[in-house]
Design a binder for this molecule. Sequence first.
Ligand SMILES: Nc1ncnc2c1ncn2[C@@H]1O[C@H](COP(=O)(O)OP(=O)(O)OP(=O)(O)O)[C@@H](O)[C@H]1O
Length: 327
Amino acid sequence: MAEPSATKPERPDEESADDAVIVTRALTKRYRGGQLAVDGLDLTVPAGSVFGFLGPNGSGKTTTIRMLMGLIEPTSGSARVLGLPMPRASRTVLPRVGALIEGPALYGFLSGRDNLLRYDAADPTADPRTRRERVAAALDRVGLAAAGGKKAKAYSLGMKQRLGLAAALLQPRRLLVLDEPTNGLDPQGMREIRSLVRELASDGTTVFLSSHLLDEIEQVCTHAAVMARGRLITQGAVADLAAGARGRLVVTTPDAGDAARVLKEQGAADVVVDGDRVTAEPPERDLAEVNAALVAARVRVRGFVVERASLEDAFVALTGEGFDVAG
Ligand SMILES: Nc1ncnc2c1ncn2[C@@H]1O[C@H](COP(=O)(O)OP(=O)(O)OP(=O)(O)O)[C@@H](O)[C@H]1O
C-alpha cells in the first residue's frame, strides 16, 4: 500500500532512488482469481532515462503500469511516481504524466486535429485561448501536421499511435509511460515511433516503455528491467546488462570442422558449427594465441572476431532460457 507520508523513507542503500522518477518497493498484485501477476517488484527508474520494461506476454508489465498510473490498487508494497505515492497522489501526479496505455481512444469520424482539440478541452488546466496552438504544436511534434485534417479512421495504426502520443504531449510532461507503443505496427511504423521516443528523450523527458521485443529495448533504451512470470530478473543500464554477458568468438572459415576441434583444444566452450561459421565462448587465454593455433593447424581463417554481447545474451545467461516472445 501507499507509504504513510509524502516524505522519502530513509533507505541508505538506495541513494540512487532519490532522483528516480518511478520507485516501487515489494510491489505485488494478486488478482481476485488468485493469479499472482506481479510479485515483490523493486523498480527504480532514473530521471532522464529511456527505461525499457521488458518481458514476454503475461509477465506482469501491464499490471505494473496500471498500478503505477493508479488505475488499480496493489495487493501489497508501494509505488512512488514523481516522488509521490500512488494511487493516493493520483490527482497531483497524473497531470504531469503523459500515458499511452492499450492504444489511444479516438473518435474515427473526427479529424486527428479535432480529436486533439477534444482531448485538450477535457483538461481543466488547459487555457482555451491557446488550444489551437497547442494542438498544432503537438501534431507537428509527431509528424502529423499535414494529416491533421484527415479523419482518424483513415489513419494507419502507426498514425493512430502517433496521434495518441500527440495527445500525451499536449502539456509539458516530466514522464511518459507507453505500454507496448509499437505493438501491431509494421516495421516503418515501428521506426517512426522509436525515433519519436528518442527525440522526446533528448529533450529531457523520462520515458518508461514496455515491450516484449529485446532488440527494440536495445535500440531505444538507456536502461531496462527484465520481467519474467511477475518477478524482476534484472535492471540497470542497458550497456551494463549486456556487458554482464560475455561476447562470443566467431571464426569464419571453409575448414569449420578443424576450427571447431582446435577451438575446443584451446579451451573454448560451447563450440557451435553453422556452415562456415564457428562460434564459441571465448577461452580465458590470449586470443592471439588461439588465432595462432588455428593457423598452425592449417585452418584457413577468413574472419576472427569477438561479437559484442547483446541484451539477449545477458537474458539467456541470467535465466538459462531463450527469450520467449510467443503468445
Ligand atoms: N484482470 C485480471 N484478472 C485476472 N488475471 C489477470 C488480469 N489481468 C492480467 N491477468 C493475469 O496476470 C498476468 C500478468 O498479465 P499482464 O497483462 O500484466 O502481463 P503483460 O506482461 O503486460 O502481458 P501482455 O503484454 O500480454 O499484456 C497474466 O497471467 C494475466 O493472465
